[in-house]
Design a protein around this ligand. Structure first.
Ligand SMILES: Nc1nc2c(ncn2[C@@H]2O[C@H](COP(=O)(O)OP(=O)(O)O)[C@@H](O)[C@H]2O)c(=O)[nH]1
Ligand SMILES: [Mg+2]
Ligand SMILES: [Zn+2]
Length: 294
């Protein structure tokens, strides 16, 4: 029995089987070696792995997981390089607290967000574009309905492993149907509810970009990451637009919420920092402190 060594990426995991896309364009079905379980290691979708494959059956065993760049808990996926945070200008109208929580979670995971302002065929997204582009994020106004600027988003996904996040109804599935030629994701709120129910037994799956270089992960209903163990002192570091100011505050332990001699609050008062972003900062700061008390 001939065994060949391959290296590839886990694109799907179901019931102890992992599907590995190797650079030769093939998909191999593998199990993990018992050693991983004994060591408390679970291979994740997104992992780059080495496997020993039986060339007769094209199945085999994962022998090694290469070091991870990062890993998310929900969805459970490793080596995420971008998080596309989707919201719509209307229907549903944006909840910037929710958006900013996702932005902070992405920053905490060390992943650069792409802010996707969808449904701009229905209403101008300029107000939101201004907030997020000025804060230093890659920001796109687009429409899954008309296709406007979808190619711009597409270009940003090349070579990346991107998680799509955002509330139900904002148009994630519609965008993915535009981006992925072969995708036929269900759209609309009713089917979304069905999908969510089904998702409890379904596993995350990477979908390859049409160009072959890059993956998207489809996670129905997914809307927030866990920031449970974050320290409130770290929080300001996750707001890129605060960075030019935080060293000029009067107190070294400035919380940038109420202090008199706070350079962040000064920048806010002259409009150099957007109000909604600072409101979100204060709300997140409070939430972290409240969670700490238990
Ligand atoms: N007018 C308009 N409607 C959209 C757009 N994108 C999505 N929709 C609609 O919004 C609803 C929810 O879209 P869906 O893709 O299922 O959202 P998801 O829950 O985030 O996956 C559907 O009825 C879509 O047809 C858009 O850019 N413009
Ligand atoms: Mg959907
Ligand atoms: Zn301050």
């Amino acid at each position: 029995m001939a065994t060949i060594e391959i290296e590839g990426r886990i694109t799907k995991g179901v019931g102890g089987f992992y599907y590995i896309a190797s650079s030769d364009g093939k998909i191999y079905e593998c199990r993990a070696r018992g050693r991983f379980r004994r060591d408390g290691i679970t291979p994740l979708v997104g992992d780059i792995v080495r496997c020993g494959i039986d060339s007769a059956s094209n199945t085999g065993l994962i022998s090694e997981i290469l070091p991870r760049m990062n890993s998310l808990i929900r969805p459970p996926v490793a080596n995420v390089s971008r998080i596309a945070i989707v919201f719509s200008v209307v229907n549903p109208k944006p909840n910037l607290f929710t958006v900013d929580k996702l932005v902070t979670s992405a920053m905490y995971a060390g992943v650069k967000p792409i802010i996707c302002i969808n449904k701009t065929d229905l209403s101008d997204g300029a107000e939101y574009y201004d907030i997020y582009s000025r804060a230093g994020f890659d920001t796109i106004c687009l429409s899954a309905e008309t296709g406007e600027n979808v190619d711009m988003l597409n270009d940003m996904l090349i070579g990346e492993l991107t998680v799509f996040a955002g509330n139900s109804g904002v148009g994630k599935s519609s965008l993915l149907n535009r981006i992925l030629r072969h995708a036929e994701l269900k759209t609309g709120e009713v089917s979304d509810r069905v999908e969510r129910g089904r998702h409890t037994t379904r596993h995350s799956e990477l979908m390859p970009l049409d160009c072959g270089d890059g993956y998207i992960i489809d996670t129905p209903g997914f809307s927030s990451f866990s920031v449970a163990d974050m320290d409130e002192k770290q929080l300001c570091e996750l707001f890129p637009e605060f960075q030019p100011y935080i060293n000029d505050c009067g107190f070294t332990n400035c919380s940038h919420t109420v202090e008199k001699d706070c350079a962040v609050l000064r920048a806010l008062s002259v409009g150099k920092i957007c109000k909604s972003r600072h409101e979100s900062y204060k709300a997140q700061y409070k939430e972290i402190l409240e969670n700490k008390q238990y």
